[in-house]
Design a protein around this ligand. Structure first.
Ligand SMILES: Cc1ncc(COP(=O)(O)O)c(C=O)c1O
Length: 229
């Protein structure tokens, strides 16, 4: 007996089905377009032109520079890249990091690792009964040696939307890099431009809004140029 027609799927925060238009747009890349965009011959140059076009289009949607768009393989990789690469770059300045207690494990595990293996000090801000981080708590937590704050835009379990622009403004004033995991935010909230986050780094994940698994993006505001990891 086929049970699938009886299934009503309510778990869109876990993942969404692929939009048929997205599938259609991807098909050439599973077929005739297979070049390495770094190759100098025409097979590679064709792939490069299409990759550049994708970056250009992503940057238009974000209203940012194409060079500020880094493609990744999803939310987890975007978060790992954001956190490990900026801490690597900024550790000569200080070793204090701030996040919230309710981040996704793709963020929490990075901070646990930096604390246990690299000797960073991590402050995990508590949340109120609605799941909100307090701007005042963040202000109090920032110190001279703080280098990175990471607070998610929308929570994957209870849906709380954080006052990211306000939290980011505090960080900007104190010259601390601000990252936001927006994997659960895109596709659900009204979006005009990446500047509305006011953040230095923003993680995006395609499969949460009808894109494919294994595709994501990290916005990195120039001139921030984190170290490779
Ligand atoms: C808030 C949040 N961040 C990160 C991720 C991880 O994204 P991905 O599955 O693309 O690695 C998820 C996915 O559940 C998420 O909900």
């Amino acid at each position: 007996m086929d049970l699938m027609p009886r299934t009503i799927y309510f778990d869109y925060n876990a993942t969404t089905p692929l939009d048929p238009a997205v599938r259609e747009a991807m098909l050439p890349f599973l077929g005739e377009i297979w070049g390495n965009p770094s190759s100098v011959h025409h097979v590679g140059r064709r792939a490069r032109a299409l990759l550049d076009d994708a970056r250009e289009r992503a940057s238009k949607i974000f209203d940012c520079k194409p060079s500020e768009v880094v493609f990744s393989c999803g939310g987890t990789e975007s978060n790992n890249l954001a956190i490990f690469s900026t801490t690597q770059l900024l550790k000569p300045k200080g070793r204090h990091l701030i996040t919230s207690a309710i981040e996704h494990h793709a963020v929490l595990n990075c901070f646990d690792c930096l604390e246990k293996k690299e000797g960073f000090e991590v402050t995990r801000l508590p949340v109120d009964s609605e799941g909100l981080v307090s701007v005042d708590d963040l202000k109090k937590a920032i110190r001279q040696v703080s280098i990175l704050v990471s607070i998610m835009a929308a929570n994957n379990e209870i849906g709380t939307i954080q006052p990211v622009a306000e939290l980011a403004a505090v960080c900007r004033e104190r010259v601390v890099v601000f990252h936001s995991d927006a994997a659960q935010w895109f596709g659900k909230e009204p979006f005009k431009a990446i500047d509305q986050f006011n953040a230095d780094l923003v993680s995006v994940c395609a499969h949460k809004f009808h894109g494919p698994k294994g595709a994501g993006l990290l916005f990195i505001r120039s001139p921030l140029h984190p170290d490779p990891v």
